[in-house]
Each structure stands twice: as structure tokens, then as C-alpha cells.
Write a protein of this length. Structure first.
Length: 150
């Protein structure tokens, strides 16, 4: 079987996962972000969490520092916009790479797998809810081209 070829964007994302201290993959279409904070100390391990989208990277850094005050200031953060479907995170090995990176920070394999799976399911649920609101013409992110008759 031939190894999977990635496009340039996916290759850059995979490379960023290997280098980032804090990574946020934000989903403009869902108004959500997957935040992966790989910093840790004796009291607190790495974090994987789905959160609401913010207006800037500075705001994201501040929110992470507020969530994790024992780890101090965020020195660097990588932001990646993800406009593709949530399932493409798995199809393009993004989730697998995140799990591997968590394990290299000392997190147990099972714990890393569980954290990534929970975050992935949360994103899928947000995407599903968005589709339902879109179908019902209730989404604030989209406008319909027809009027609903009552």
C-alpha cells in the first residue's frame, strides 16, 4: 500500500503540531476551537479542550492563562483555521498526530487517546448541531435565500 500523500496545508499542520507549545485549531463555521496546551508541570498535565471561538490570538492566550494559572504565561501559540469538515481531522491524521504529541509530553497513551476522542466527539456534535440549525434556517452564521412562510 502506498503511503498517504498530504497536501501542503496538511503537511504544515502536522509540522506545527510537532513544534507548538500551545495549538488552537479554530473552526470559523462552528464558532469553536480545539485548544491543545502541551505545557505541563508536577501539578497539571497537558490539556485538550473544545472551547468557544474568540476574536484574537491575544484573547485566546489570555483565556488559556486564566484556565491554567499554574503554568504561567503562554510563550507561543499556533493558530490554524480549519474550514473543512470535522471528520477530515481524522482522515488527515491530525487527531493521531495530536495523540502522539501528547504521549511524547509524558501523557499515558490511553489518556491521550481518550482526551482527543472526547474533543473530536464534541466537535462532531457542534458540527451536527450547526447542520440542524442550518436546515431549520435558524443558524446565525448563514442566511437563507428564501422566506419562511408561516
Amino acid at each position: 500500500m502506498e503511503p498517504r500523500q498530504h497536501d501542503e496545508f496538511i503537511s504544515q499542520v502536522l509540522s506545527t503540531i510537532e513544534e507548538a507549545e500551545v495549538l488552537t485549531i479554530f473552526f470559523p463555521n462552528l464558532a469553536k476551537a480545539l485548544v491543545v496546551d502541551l505545557r505541563y508541570n508536577y501539578e497539571e498535565g497537558p490539556m485538550v479542550k473544545v472551547v468557544n471561538q474568540v476574536n484574537s490570538m491575544e484573547e485566546r492566550m489570555h483565556s488559556i492563562e486564566k484556565m491554567r494559572p499554574l503554568l504561567g504565561r503562554v510563550r507561543s501559540i499556533a493558530g490554524i483555521p480549519w474550514t473543512k469538515s470535522v471528520v477530515t481531522l481524522k482522515e488527515n491524521e491530525i487527531i493521531d498526530r495530536l495523540q502522539q504529541r501528547l504521549v511524547t509530553t509524558g501523557m499515558q497513551h490511553y489518556t491521550a487517546n481518550e482526551a482527543c476522542e472526547i474533543a473530536f466527539r464534541n466537535l462532531q456534535e457542534a458540527e451536527y448541531a450547526q447542520w440542524i440549525s442550518l436546515i431549520k434556517a435558524e443558524s446565525p452564521l448563514y442566511k437563507t435565500i428564501w422566506e419562511q412562510k408561516n
